[in-house]
Design a protein around this ligand. Structure first.
Ligand code: ADP
Ligand code: VHF
Length: 271
């Protein structure tokens, strides 16, 4: 174990975010293997006494697949319809895979205004707390079917990297683990630069790091590396911890929680 990762061993409340690029295969079909492994690993962790919240993207990706559409449609109402179909299908998949391991899941669909109004924020937190108390794994996404960019009433997070940092913040999670399609954050985009070098640990996210982050690699996702770094910045500001790594084999979560040097670890420096 890396001494610097000692603090991970004490993490009890953990938010795990999985991106579209990890839930869908390159041909646009659903990656059942990842969903099944994820259901298995998260159930084991919960049975070990961890409090687990899953933030899952994929409404649009799964919806496109279900509706046999090759690309995200251009108009917003069409995207809302795709997300509506996809979110239901995504939860259906999670419910079925988690039930193999006898684990109950619940769905929480968020909009930005919920966290901005103190009373609705408290009500959202109550829902998380109650689900966790009941041993249920909340599965969170943005409410894409109804939240659309508006001028004077903001309801849209826009990307699930931001949403996952927000969820970690409001429920005071100890750790956010982001599962993506790259092993971590590199000094340049590793998908197009084979010589890119991985950052193992970062204590701050400054303009220097932001300048190294490029856009997204998959055709269905929205975030890219920039939104992950912004989320990490917020996590560090809240004195929480974050690990960014690859979702290909979700059993990697066991190694991360055992303190092994996996992915990029964002943690405030002990002074
Ligand atoms: N400096 C960087 N380090 C790692 N990945 C990067 C970097 N810059 C850009 N990327 C891209 O970010 C992608 C991950 O973002 P995204 O496709 O939005 O994933 P997700 O669906 O998991 O949110 C990677 O596939 C990679 O192409
Ligand atoms: N809420 C959207 C995903 C938004 C998003 O940030 O996607 P990703 O970059 O794949 O995490 C959906 O479920 O399709």
């Amino acid at each position: 174990m890396e001494p610097i990762r000692n603090k991970i061993l004490d993490c009890k409340r953990i938010v795990i975010k999985i991106g579209t690029s990890s839930l869908m295969l390159a041909d646009g079909s659903v990656n059942y293997q990842t969903i099944d492994r994820l259901a298995y690993v998260l159930t084991v962790l919960r049975n070990q006494g961890k409090e687990i919240v899953l933030v899952s993207s994929g409404a649009i990706g799964v919806g496109l697949n279900r509706l046999n559409l090759p690309h995200r449609p251009k108009s917003i109402p069409e995207q809302q319809a795709v997300a509506s179909v996809g979110q239901a299908e995504l939860m259906n998949l999670y419910t079925r895979f988690f039930s193999h391991y006898n684990q109950i899941v619940g769905q929480i669909l968020m909009t930005l205004d919920i966290v901005q109004f103190p009373e609705s924020r408290r009500n959202a937190v109550n829902a998380f707390e109650q689900l966790l108390k009941m041993g249920i794994i909340p599965i969170v996404n943005e409410n894409d079917a109804v939240s659309v960019e508006e001028l004077d009433h903001q309801t849209k997070f826009g990307d699930n990297d931001r949403l996952s940092a927000t969820v970690a913040e409001i429920i005071s999670a100890d750790l956010l683990i982001m599962l993506s399609d790259v092993p971590g954050f590199y000094d340049k985009n590793p998908t197009t630069n084979p010589d890119a070098v991985l950052f193992h640990t970062l204590h701050a996210v400054t303009d220097k790091e932001m300048a190294l982050a490029g856009g997204n690699g998959s055709k269905f996702g929205t975030g890219g590396m920039a939104t992950k770094l912004k989320a990490a910045k917020r996590i560090l500001k809240n004195k929480q911890q974050m690990v960014l790594t690859q979702a290909a084999d979700p059993t990697v979560l066991f190694d991360i929680l055992a303190g092994k040097e996996i992915g990029t670890y964002f943690v405030k420096e002990d002074k």
